[in-house]
Design a protein around this ligand. Structure first.
Ligand SMILES: *[C@@H]1O[C@H](CO)[C@@H](O)[C@H](O)[C@H]1NC(C)=O
Ligand SMILES: *[C@@H]1O[C@H](CO)[C@@H](O)[C@H](O)[C@H]1NC(C)=O
Ligand SMILES: *[C@@H]1O[C@H](CO)[C@@H](O)[C@H](O)[C@H]1NC(C)=O
Ligand SMILES: *[C@@H]1O[C@H](CO)[C@@H](O)[C@H](O)[C@H]1NC(C)=O
Ligand SMILES: *[C@@H]1O[C@H](CO)[C@@H](O)[C@H](O)[C@H]1NC(C)=O
Ligand SMILES: *[C@@H]1O[C@H](CO)[C@@H](O)[C@H](O)[C@H]1NC(C)=O
Ligand SMILES: *[C@@H]1O[C@H](CO)[C@@H](O)[C@H](O)[C@H]1NC(C)=O
Ligand SMILES: *[C@@H]1O[C@H](CO)[C@@H](O)[C@H](O)[C@H]1NC(C)=O
Ligand SMILES: *[C@@H]1O[C@H](CO)[C@@H](O)[C@H](O)[C@H]1NC(C)=O
Length: 896
């Protein structure tokens, strides 16, 4: 009796545990059965809970596939394929996948099966987009083919839009949509968060089982079995540790592997892309599944089209690891060869592989335009295809919109037509935020109220149609004037034309009549009063008004000198001093803490150039750049206003906090480096024209409350920089023995090539970044006093030769770092600070490598088989003889 109760308890516990595992697995999953008639159900086959799509889309109609293709005629058909949502109306229909975490990585899967749902027996062809980016064309070979698309993408906001676009080749439809959250540190590419990966192949190598969707895959990937006639399968039924690696392949997949049947052969995978320009990323999964004897060794190296990718891989017993190329692979044909090394006694193996194609994200519509459109949609409850990005995909913008596309700038809305749309109420002020608008058509609605003054702010407006509405009052004067001057085509009802134009006319007529000797006194008094008022208003205000007239968007950015005095409370507190001038702490009216940098006036730069630069800064936004709040350009008094960064500069944080209380952890240091690298990458590749920082150093990397790093002082002109460098070099000149080393020593961060070429470029920033990275790694400043005054590169060369990592890394870390990660970071730093610029990697490569550093960091486990640092170099520079690393004789290039 007792034992049977125990048994039942145990059984219940098991059931609960199993249920828990499944529940946990599905956290954050969004599983949508498009066109479903049932609000919720669980697909027992795969144990996934589906919901109908009503909450994600308004348009379209639900249809069942034809019975010929459905259950019970097709007993194995998955339930999500048995119905579809189809979109006979509108060019573009979008699902809004909401409640995502902005900045997180997601796997999105869309499934399509035609099943002759419309009874027309005609296979449609249409396009699918993710946000603004083309994802794929969907086409079918037959009515029962299931087309599955997968993409891995970072959420740019809390919504991802999946849009179906009708291109005139049949009605778009969809069967199912899945969203699975991924660990954001996996599936990295050299392009960072601005790239998505579309699935090409995902193979379970040496699979024993047909089925490819496993409940123990926490990311719910679908693996296709893959076998070759020249391979044998090997497998284990003992548990494999997959948890150390963010990729977490399911047990069913990782437990099987293939090896070449003839032990001396290589294991080869090859494929041909549809388009030879496709950029591939390959993720190779390995785990040793056989118990090896002491005398046995399985060791192999991996190459791609004959050039080495990885050396000396020894898969660990029952321990999964993933390897991936760090630069994308581009070729007409691809061949990955895994061949055993000479000392290996066993043939190579491969457990699983995923192959993806990179897609670079396009530009979304100008943010202020998007916000304005969302407000307008909300204000008038507009029922149109207004979802997704207003201007993208190109040629498929929202109904009633026209956009201006350029190659480098976000699309802008230039025409808005919401005529005959039963709009009522007043004209919403959001319309005035569409600052590029050239044409506005609101005719034939029931709009009421006055014709608002804010329409004057639309400086590009050439066409305005307000006819057939219920407006009261008259059109604002400026609009009438522009219409009279032929700058604006104005269509309004007659009752809105009369009023104010006439008034101003009467005033003009009345004034001269009233001017008589008797009222001259009054007139003089009036003129004096007017002049007085004018004087009272500071000149700054007047010049601001002029500028506002010129450009609506600058008005929020520009501050007068007196406002700057107010913000800084009369320059009360100095928080920094640099070559540029002094930095003061300040507070904006809304309480926001800011840093105000007063620039020393420069003879080489007039106010006009300064303003041009300040306006450029306003267009630069990135989470790893200190945000720019405004500027002052007032009678040769120039100031820049930035957000205040609580934790000050990296330099102070790293070198002044001697007490180990504030010591930055290894992971934090790498994260800071990644942040800074992403900021620089944005300046180099995300800005048009690209911005060269010219003064990357730890003092210019600031830390937020959460120690997130942001780059400061970017985008200032060459002229400023030159002055600055002279000033600084002057300071340290005294210690120097000869001029050349003096200049090198002065800044410590300056590209040695600069002295040869005299010009600074993107790669100069990368050199400087390398020095900052060395500072982070070693805890030593770029220039420091040992036996003599030394540059960090001079110091590190002999240390690297000795190869004792613990002597090189910051002693304050007290050994809390992974050896692999340490070597790898050093490798990156040394590559960045190579003496000639062609040897230096680009920022995107640096970011990918640093992310790997973070990924392989596991202090407690220094024996992971991640290859030694040599690996890093061969990967970076497989074809370059310029940079060599040899464990016997290290030849690092140094600035001389
Ligand atoms: C589609 O199938 C479901 C059941 O599978 C049924 O309830 C529904 O009525 C069908 N719809 C149409 C339009 O046939
Ligand atoms: C439909 O096409 C798929 C893919 O080519 C194929 O596997 C399947 O056998 C075809 N089915 C029929 C009924 O022709
Ligand atoms: C196939 O997979 C199922 C479910 O994952 C498993 O129970 C079964 O043992 C597998 N079959 C073989 C031959 O491994
Ligand atoms: C793989 O294919 C070969 C030949 O086609 C076959 O002999 C072998 O059993 C297959 N392996 C598995 C696991 O199915
Ligand atoms: C993500 O993966 C990394 C290893 O790549 C791991 O250290 C980290 O804990 C994972 N994060 C989560 C939330 O699982
Ligand atoms: C294995 O491959 C080697 C080299 O390709 C060849 O010489 C040898 O005959 C092969 N062995 C068998 C059993 O096929
Ligand atoms: C891979 O291993 C083989 C056998 O030891 C060796 O001949 C070859 O040079 C290696 N390839 C690379 C790139 O190291
Ligand atoms: C957009 O339309 C124009 C002309 O109508 C055409 O030339 C262009 O290729 C289209 N672009 C896209 C992306 O469809
Ligand atoms: C589109 O934008 C470009 C670049 O800003 C501008 O030169 C051009 O005049 C604009 N075209 C229209 C039709 O507004």
């Amino acid at each position: 009796m007792r034992s049977s109760i125990g048994f039942i308890l145990l059984l219940t516990l098991c059931v609960v545990l199993v249920a828990l595992v499944h529940a946990q697995q599905q956290i954050g999953f969004i599983s949508i059965d498009c066109g479903s008639w049932q609000d919720f159900y669980t697909d027992e086959e795969i144990n996934i809970k589906y919901t109908a799509d009503g909450g994600y889309i308004q348009s379209g109609v639900n249809r069942n596939i034809s019975s010929e293709y459905a259950y019970p005629n097709n007993p194995t058909l998955a339930q999500i394929l048995s119905d579809v949502r189809s979109f006979p109306h509108g060019e573009r229909n979008c699902y809004s996948l909401t409640s995502l975490r902005s900045g997180s990585l997601y796997l999105i899967r869309a499934s399509f099966m035609y099943g002759n749902y419309d009874g027309e027996n005609k296979l449609p062809e249409f396009d699918v987009y993710v946000d603004v980016d083309f994802w794929s064309t969907v086409k079918f070979r037959n009515a029962s083919e299931e087309v599955v698309l997968e993409i891995i993408s970072f959420a740019q906001s809390d919504v991802i839009y999946v849009c179906l676009v009708n291109k005139g080749a049949g009605t778009p439809f969809i069967s199912g949509l899945d969203v699975r959250p991924l660990n954001s540190s996996i599936y990295g590419t050299e392009f960072g968060e601005s790239a998505s990966l579309t699935l090409f192949k995902r193979w379970d190598i040496g699979s024993l089982n047909g089925s490819g969707r496993y409940e123990d895959d926490v990311y719910d990937r679908i693996w296709s079995p893959f076998n070759s006639s020249s391979w044998d399968s090997v497998s284990t039924s003992t548990a494999i540790n997959v948890n150390d690696d963010g990729f977490r392949p399911p047990f069913e997949v990782i437990r099987t592997a293939a090896r070449p049947r003839n032990g001396s052969d290589t294991l080869e995978l090859s494929w041909t892309p549809d388009d030879p320009s496709w950029k591939f990323y390959v993720y190779l999964y390995f785990a040793e599944v056989e118990q090896l004897e002491k005398t046995q060794l399985r060791k192999f190296n991996i190459s791609w089209n004959g050039s080495p990718l990885f050396d000396s891989i020894v898969p660990r017993h029952l321990f999964a690891t993933t390897l991936s190329n760090s630069k994308s692979l581009v070729a007409n044909e691809h061949r990955i060869s895994i061949h055993k090394t000479r000392d290996s006694t066993l043939p190579p193996i491969l457990n699983a592989v995923e192959i993806y194609v990179v897609k670079l994200d396009g530009l979304a519509t100008f943010e202020e335009d998007v916000d304005a459109m969302l407000d307008i949609k909300e204000s008038y409850r507009i029922q149109r295809n207004w979802v997704g990005d207003p201007c993208e995909p190109k040629n498929h913008s929202w109904e009633g919109l026209k956009c201006n596309y350029s190659t480098s700038l976000p699309p802008r809305i230039i025409s808005l037509n919401i005529s005959s749309s039963s709009l009522s109420g007043a004209i919403t002020s959001s319309i005035s935020n569409l600052s590029s608008l050239e044409s506005l058509d609101l005719h034939n609605n029931s709009l009421t109220g006055a014709i608002p003054e804010f329409l004057e702010e639309l400086k590009s407006l050439k066409y305005l149609d307000l006819k057939d509405n219920l407006f009261s009052g008259s059109v604002p004067d400026t609009l009438l004037e522009r219409s009279r001057d032929g700058l604006l085509t104005l269509r309004v009802d007659d009752q809105n034309l009369g009023g104010s134009g006439g008034n101003s006319k009467t005033v003009k007529i009345v004034v001269p009549i009233v001017v008589s000797v008797s009222v001259l006194v009054i007139l003089v008094a009036f003129i004096l009063f007017w002049k007085f008022r004018r004087n009272e208003r500071s000149d700054e205000e007047i010049s601001m008004l002029n500028k506002r007239g010129k450009n609506v968007t600058t008005k929020n950015w520009q501050y007068t000198y007196s406002e700057v005095m107010e913000i800084t409370n009369n320059f009360e507190m100095v928080i920094g001093k640099g070559g540029f001038g002094t930095v003061y702490s300040g507070q904006m009216k809304d309480g926001k803490e800011v840093a105000v940098k007063m620039l020393s006036p420069s003879s080489t730069q007039g106010p006009k150039e300064f303003q041009t630069e300040a306006e450029l800064l306003m267009t630069v936004h990135h989470k790893n750049l200190v945000s720019f709040i405004g500027y002052c350009d007032d009678d040769n008094k120039m100031a820049l206003i930035y957000e205040h960064m609580v934790n000050g500069s990296l330099k102070d944080f790293l070198f002044l906090s001697d007490g180990n209380s504030d010591c930055l952890s290894w992971e934090r240091r790498i994260q800071i480096a990644i942040d800074a690298a992403e900021g620089l990458d944005y300046l180099h590749h995300g800005c048009k024209p690209p911005i060269i920082h010219r003064d990357v150093k730890s003092a210019n990397i600031l830390l937020s409350q959460d120690l997130e790093a942001k780059i400061a002082d970017f985008g200032l002109s060459k002229e400023f920089r030159k002055d600055n460098q002279k000033e600084q070099s002057h300071v340290i000149y005294t210690d120097a023995t000869d001029e050349k080393s003096a200049i090198m020593g002065t800044t410590g961060y300056l590209d040695p090539e600069y002295y040869r070429s005299g010009s600074l470029n993107e790669k100069s920033d990368i050199f400087s970044f390398g020095i900052v990275l060395l500072e982070l790694i070693t805890g030593r400043p770029a220039i420091f006093k040992g036996n003599k005054i030394m540059h960090i590169l001079e110091w590190i060369r002999p240390e690297l030769g000795r190869g004792e990592l613990s002597k090189i890394l910051d002693p304050r870390l007290q050994g809390k770092f992974g050896a692999n990660s340490g070597w790898r970071a050093l490798g990156i730093a040394m590559a960045c600070s190579a003496s000639t610029s062609i040897q230096r990697p680009t920022m995107s490569v640096v970011i990918a490598e640093l992310k790997q550093c973070l990924a392989i960091e596991s202090p407690s486990d220094t024996e992971t088989f991640v290859p030694p640092p040599k690996q890093v170099y061969t990967e970076f520079y497989s074809s370059s003889e310029a940079y060599s690393y040899d464990s016997e004789s290290i030849t690092y290039p140094f600035p001389r």
